[in-house]
Design a binder for this molecule. Structure first.
Ligand code: URA
Length: 236
């Protein structure tokens, strides 16, 4: 349980500097339980607190855990160079509260991307020790055959890697499509593994992280949602 003054609450949620948040409150833009609060020093218990700002309702969240269905031609970097950054899809206050992608997808890779402002969560999810399996749907230039599937499952040697890398599982889905589950998250890993096995990846989508699937989240390309406790648990 923790009580915070309304200006601190707004600031913690990424709605701007303390000074700006005080101004919003004094201007009568913030309401709690249907009542406009103009005293920025008024304190509220933050657990399950909901408030409206400019008549839009928000739930207080100590940290945010977000799933985004990443569209193509967007970069995960916070300082993108050639394509717009994925953070531009989210409301501005998430950048203020330092929300960042958990790991990266290539600019042309689509699918499930997690974002958060919880450093411990980001660290745990990105740690190579965690072995969170990531499931990808890869489309290839050449038809897929049993030899390719076997190579990916047995391990292929990538440049700069000390030992061959293997998929946990690899299943043919169509003539030019396979589902690959990887435990590691090396740079361009799926594309490089397919290239090392003699094929070429023409499209790549991440469809699941741990047990959390895009299908379960029902997100269209470019859509995002907050993850609730039960969904975060699927990542462990
Ligand atoms: N493997 C890749 O090659 N690219 C990605 O974006 C993710 C995994």
């Amino acid at each position: 349980m923790s009580e915070l003054s309304l200006d601190r609450i707004l600031q913690s949620q990424g709605f701007g500097s303390r000074k700006w948040c005080r101004q919003l409150i004094s201007d009568g833009e913030v309401a709690i339980g249907g009542q406009v609060i103009t005293d920025f020093k008024s304190a509220f218990e933050t657990t399950n607190l909901s408030f409206t700002l400019f008549e839009e309702e928000w739930l207080y969240r100590e940290h945010v855990y977000i799933a985004l269905h990443k569209p193509p031609n967007m970069e995960c970097s916070r300082k993108p160079s050639h394509h717009p950054g994925v953070l531009t899809i989210l409301p501005e206050q998430f950048s203020w509260r330092d929300v960042q992608p958990v790991g990266r997808l290539d600019h042309d890779t689509t699918g499930l991307l997690l974002l958060s402002d919880d450093g411990a969560f980001i660290h745990a999810q990105s740690s190579p020790k965690r072995h969170v399996p990531k499931r990808y749907l890869a489309t290839t230039f050449d038809p897929i055959n049993e030899k390719l599937i076997a190579q990916l499952k047995n391990g292929v040697q990538l440049h700069d890697e000390p030992a061959p890398l293997a998929a946990i599982s690899c299943e043919q889905i169509g003539e030019h499509q396979c589902e690959i589950i990887l435990e590691q998250g090396k740079y361009h890993q799926v594309k490089r593994m397919l290239a090392a096995a003699g094929n070429h990846c023409t499209a790549l989508a991440r469809i699941a992280i741990g047990e959390l699937t895009l299908q379960h989240l029902e997100l269209e390309s470019g859509e995002w949602c907050f993850l609730e406790e039960s969904e975060i648990a699927l990542l462990r």
